[in-house]
Write a protein that binds this ligand. Structure first.
Ligand code: SAM
Ligand code: SF4
Length: 326
């Protein structure tokens, strides 16, 4: 079992398979993906290296893998990656986080490969606003993809929505209307400051606490979460088929319940989304080195800090979350 010095247990791995993305979300990659100058940086983990990493984490008690990016669907071998995760003994749940591009064309291959859970990012249900935020006029297409995914028997479908004061902060009623008849969870994520978005963050960060207060005052109740659940506080209401979640990284309790570790697409272990640097693991990703890899991960996890320093404006080395998958 992976445990740090604060006694936190880690059952959940967020695995980035590429830092390339085809969207231009204003809070993440406003100018689109830019290829790093150093060639070595462009080489993402190969299938065999991913296999070693997932095996090592599974041996250490990881039960859930979330595949993320950049945009993970950019990789043609995504179904193979899903399948290898799903077939690794110990892994009970495989999830993908995607921007939903070409979702309808792709999602059945992912489900056939063993996908259990799907998260799609939709920052507005207004097509014009969606295009303004992401640089893509594709809201209807993505919503169609989600409707189709609902027919495929996935264990859960969740929507991620980043809250932004100047764009979508006043849209709570639109989200609730959408959830009325859909068995889907929509998670409102507080905008996080990263190395590249300081001005945007200053203008757009809003706390999720007033929304939580409003939900509790209008009949929504908190749902208990499982050991491998993500960082959201989730709420349900008898008159709604869907649930609503809040991810509030600036909340005091956020880090104490952290159960996640991250691997970048270049094979670096990130103990925190906002840590100073990633720890390279790639040199131990050959199949014959699995035991060394297991020992290294176990040892590095004890170095995990108790909390991020986002309140002090310290964002670590994370320039934007496309580097690490959020
Ligand atoms: N491209 C995929 C997507 O957008 O779903 C996966 C990667 S993306 C980095 C993962 C999640 O992080 C998305 O839901 C995105 O909205 C969220 N995200 C990115 N930058 C963020 C920021 N600065 N603050 C809060 N959430 C952010
Ligand atoms: Fe791409 Fe996801 Fe970042 Fe948007 S949030 S730019 S879709 S990586």
């Amino acid at each position: 079992m992976l445990q740090d010095q604060q006694g936190r247990e880690f059952h959940y791995l967020r695995l980035s398979i590429t830092d390339v993305c085809n969207f231009k979300c204003n809070y993440c990659l406003p100018n689109g993906y830019e290829k790093p100058k150093a060639q070595a940086e462009t080489c993402a983990l190969q299938l065999s290296e991913i296999q070693s990493i997932v095996q090592a984490f599974a041996q250490l008690g990881t039960k859930k893998v979330r595949i993320t990016g950049g945009e993970p669907s950019i990789r043609k071998d995504l179904p193979d990656i899903i399948s290898l995760c799903k077939n690794t003994p110990g892994i009970e749940s495989v999830a993908v986080t995607t921007n939903g591009y070409n979702l309808k064309q792709r999602v059945s291959d992912w489900v056939d490969a063993g996908l259990d859970r799907l998260n799609v990012s939709i920052d507005s249900f207004d097509p014009k606003m969606f295009a303004a935020i992401t640089g893509h006029d594709r809201l209807d297409e993505i919503l169609n993809g989600i409707s189709y995914a609902q027919t495929l028997g996935l264990k859960s479908i969740k929507i991620n929505t980043v809250l932004m004061r100047q764009f979508n902060y006043n849209d709570l009623q639109a989200y609730l209307d959408w959830l009325k008849n859909k068995p889907v969870t929509l998670r409102l994520i507080e905008l996080m400051q990263t190395g590249d978005n300081f001005e945007f963050f200053k203008d757009n960060h809003v706390s999720g606490l007033p929304i939580k207060k409003h939900l509790l005052q209008t009949g929504w109740t908190r749902v208990l979460r499982s050991q491998t659940a993500g960082p959201a506080q989730e709420f349900q209401h008898s008159e709604f088929k869907g649930r609503i979640g809040l991810i509030m990284p600036y909340d005091n309790d956020f880090c104490s319940s952290c159960n996640r570790l991250r691997i970048s697409s270049h094979g670096n272990l990130h103990l925190c989304l906002f840590g100073e640097h990633g720890i390279p693991l790639r040199q131990w990703c050959e199949p014959e080195n699995i035991e060394t890899l297991v020992d290294k991960i176990r040892c590095y996890v004890t170095q995990k800090e108790a909390s991020h320093l986002l309140h002090d404006g310290f964002t670590g080395s994370t320039k934007h979350l496309s580097m690490l998958g959020g």
